[in-house]
Design a protein around this ligand. Structure first.
Ligand SMILES: Nc1ncnc2c1ncn2[C@@H]1O[C@H](COP(=O)(O)OP(=O)(O)O)[C@@H](O)[C@H]1O
Ligand SMILES: Cc1ncc(COP(=O)(O)O)c(C=O)c1O
Ligand SMILES: [Mg+2]
Length: 288
């Protein structure tokens, strides 16, 4: 029997609500992967509440925790590393050391980097040195990179002029080394106002997906973390890139529908768990 895939997920944790690992771990487990959560920060709540308490994990503990897993003979069994929200750039450098070491132990292991950056428009608080680190160091170590539009714009240094331009911008990230770029959330002039759009690009193919844009009084947080976690889990469970792309769009849409129905600011992950595993909706990506 094929063993259950194991993912080391290195992101933030919030005590209340859902962002970072607190958004990704349960859905990944619900899909059937073993999750090893390593928390880069432990905050009371996500940063878009504008106030929080808590602490950033001292960077060297990241490698030490991986060494602890190696000491019990388990690190080579890690199939993938997922990284997201970082408290400091130094934490990011430690993560890259861990990625390198795991790949030495298990050359088949893959690394998905969700380049979570801060942005005044979004309100997510991330130090500027972290964005710098993601651009200059992390992108070239990643097998998969999953920016949203703001993060794609930061990588390239400009805003897109059209969908074709978004594609070109995403494709140009492939030259850093990733096998695929998934843009979790597109924004460009003349985008249809009622659609939420995503993009998947590889050297060979480009896929574009549209799902309904839902109205929220306040945009829910942790959606990107949920998207990346589900995408990576699907890949490890043996799905193709395209199937993983379509599945994560559907599962995340189910969560957002339920969140909207409850009128909650935090994602309704527990209430949606069955539909995360078996979404009722399907959005077919279009090949461009
Ligand atoms: N179908 C949707 N309708 C409305 N808002 C959405 C939808 N899907 C995602 N969002 C919101 O869009 C924003 C961008 O999401 P995304 O770029 O995927 O990730 P991130 O959460 O990393 O910014 C988030 O604030 C999320 O809550
Ligand atoms: C602690 C923490 N982690 C992660 C995130 C990223 O969330 P998202 O998936 O919405 O990018 C945020 C955003 O504010 C945050 O405050
Ligand atoms: Mg994000």
């Amino acid at each position: 029997m094929k063993s259950v895939p194991q993912i080391l997920t290195i992101q933030s944790h919030v005590v209340f609500g859902h962002a970072g690992n607190a958004a990704a771990v349960f859905p990944m487990q619900r899909l059937g992967v073993n999750v090893w959560p390593l928390n880069t920060v432990q905050f009371s709540n996500h940063t878009q509440y504008k106030q929080w308490t808590g602490q950033v994990l001292p960077p060297k503990q990241i490698f030490e925790l991986a060494q602890g897993i190696e000491a019990i003979g388990e690190l080579a069994n890690c199939d993938a590393i997922l990284s997201g929200y970082l408290g400091t750039a130094q934490q990011g450098r430690e993560i890259l050391q861990v990625v390198k070491h795991i790949k030495e132990l298990n050359p088949k292991a893959i690394y998905l980097c969700d380049p979570v950056m801060g942005h005044p428009e979004k309100g997510c608080v991330v130090a500027p040195e972290v964005s710098e680190f993601l651009l200059k160091e992390a992108a070239s170590a990643a097998d998969y990179l999953t920016p949203n539009q703001l993060e794609l714009d930061s990588f390239i240094g400009r805003h897109p002029t059209s969908l074709a331009d978004c594609i070109e911008m995403a494709k140009s990230l492939l030259k850093y080394g990733p096998k695929a770029i998934m843009v979790k959330h597109l924004n460009y002039p003349e985008k249809q106002a009622d659609s939420f759009e995503m993009l998947l690009v590889t050297e060979q193919e480009t896929w574009h997906l549209q799902r309904p844009l839902l109205a929220f009084p306040k945009q829910p947080v942790g959606v990107g973390d949920l998207t990346s976690g589900i995408f990576l889990s699907c890949l490890l469970l043996g799905n193709s890139l395209l199937d993983a792309f379509e599945f994560c769009a559907a599962a995340v849409h189910e969560v957002l529908l339920e969140t909207q129905k409850h009128g909650s600011y935090e994602l309704e992950l527990v209430a949606t768990q069955d539909r995360i595993a078996h979404p009722r909706v399907k959005f077919a990506a279009k090949k461009l």
